[in-house]
Design a protein around this ligand. Structure first.
Ligand code: ADP
Length: 406
């Protein structure tokens, strides 16, 4: 069994997989929340979802409770049934380019990278150390959101600021959502039957956080998120790219320091900030249909920015593109947004198949008409599955090494 863990500063999301005849089957999933506060644990298994209140003073207590509850629910017989644990880690700096088995050095890198991802990396590290204590026999693997983007060439990742900011302070584009992009690239190779090292894709990962990536010959060539996940597209609550001078100006206007203004750009901007209504695209769409002024403005701005970045990424790839792919919460579920974005791309000669765009689908669907210059797809991303697969791969190669030694 393999457990996939996505841990933040106050929550631990998990999904338990079992390998059944070479396939990964979901046994259970859940979340331990409000760690450090009152605490609750939700587990969904066999179609039943239950929530229990718990006292979670820290991550260790939450991890102990998760494992004990999986055992009580007879989803595992004993903790060591879980042989591998795959952790989603947001930032791996430029030192990590692929999933790795966690050792002291990996933990040092995650710790160092906390400076670059203060909201995300500390939570991952605490969870890693808690699971190490609770199931010491398991192989622990880390997979990083930044790793897939380490193939981006320097001219694409560098900012036009003093070069020493990069040399001495690690200021560069890192890019995020890499696990999702890796999954989509693998899936598109399967769908199109083309080897992944030959695939050119523009992928729009549109969730609460959102980014677009140019995948050239199967690897990341550019992406819209940057030094942090605040850059690029307009998102649920994040502004995406804006004139950087606004920060200092609004700091003075509102009597806030730069961290506080950055916080407003992260949490009170984007769809929420512009609409003054909601960060949820479903709400924004409903108001746009009614013609409500600010939500409509937010909708139109969102679509315009997404379309502009798709053109940028097409230009980056600079050669025939095999597919434009929509994924994540909004990309997968909103025919309206997909249609509006496509309508804002007049120069790319894209043609949607309207029926296909509105039809229900399982894992993926082709939604373009045969006349479309670039085929368009919706594909459900599955970051947890990607992490589980990579964890098993590393466990297998570790076992092979051990067997060779014996
Ligand atoms: P996260 O980045 O938190 O993982 P998700 O990928 O789950 O986010 O995406 C969340 C977003 O998806 C929300 O803005 C939500 O409104 C949007 N979404 C989910 N279903 C739909 C739908 N049917 N139509 C439009 N937007 C949707």
């Amino acid at each position: 069994m393999v457990l996939v863990v996505n841990s933040g500063s106050s929550s631990i999301k998990f999904r338990l997989y079992k390998v059944v005849q070479g396939h990964l089957e979901i046994i259970a999933e859940g979340i331990a929340e409000r760690i450090g506060l009152d605490g609750s644990l939700t587990i969904k298994a066999n179609g039943i979802k239950d929530t229990w209140q718990h006292d979670f003073p820290n991550h260790l207590r939450a991890v102990e409770t998760i494992i004990a509850s999986l055992q009580n629910l007879q989803l595992i017989n004993k903790p060591t049934d879980i042989e591998g644990i795959g952790f989603r880690v947001v930032h791996g700096t430029n030192k990590i380019t692929k999933p790795i088995i966690i050792d002291q050095e990996t933990k040092m890198i995650i710790k160092e990278a906390a400076k670059l991802a203060p909201l995300h990396n500390p939570g991952a590290l605490i969870a890693i150390e808690a699971f190490e204590k609770v199931i010491p026999q398991a192989t622990l693997v880390a997979q990083f959101d930044t790793a897939f983007h380490q193939t981006i060439p320097e001219v694409n990742f560098i900012y036009p600021v003093p070069y020493e900011w990069y040399q001495n302070h690690q200021v560069r584009k890192y890019g995020f959502h890499g696990i999702s992009y890796q999954f989509i690239t693998q899936k598109m190779a399967e769908i199109t039957g083309k080897a992944s090292h030959k695939l050119n894709l523009i992928v729009c990962h549109l969730g609460n956080g959102a980014s677009v990536a140019a995948i050239k010959k199967g690897v990341s060539f550019d992406t819209t998120m940057g030094f942090t996940p605040l850059a690029g597209l307009m998102m649920g609550t994040r502004s995406g790219n804006i004139d950087p001078s606004i920060l200092a100006y609004m700091g003075k206007e509102l009597n806030l320091n730069l961290d506080e203004v950055t916080d407003l750009l992260n949490k009170k901007s984007g769809l929420l900030g512009l609409s003054q209504f909601s960060s949820d695209m479903r709400d924004i769409e409903n108001e746009w249909k009614k013609g409500t002024k600010l939500p409509s403005l937010a909708y139109e701005k969102y679509v315009q920015i997404a379309a502009d970045f798709i053109v940028t990424m097409a230009n980056r790839i600079g050669e025939p593109i095999d597919a434009l792919v929509f994924t994540a919460g909004i990309g997968e579920n909103s025919p309206l947004i997909r249609q509006s974005i496509i309508m804002n791309l007049p120069l790319l000669n894209l043609v949607l198949d309207n029926n296909a765009n509105h039809e229900k689908y399982q894992e993926w669907s082709k939604i373009s008409a045969p006349t479309s210059k670039i085929p368009i797809y919706v594909v459900r991303t599955n970051e947890e599955l990607m992490i589980a697969q990579e964890t098993i791969k590393l466990m297998t190669s570790q076992n092979k090494k051990l067997n060779n030694l014996v």
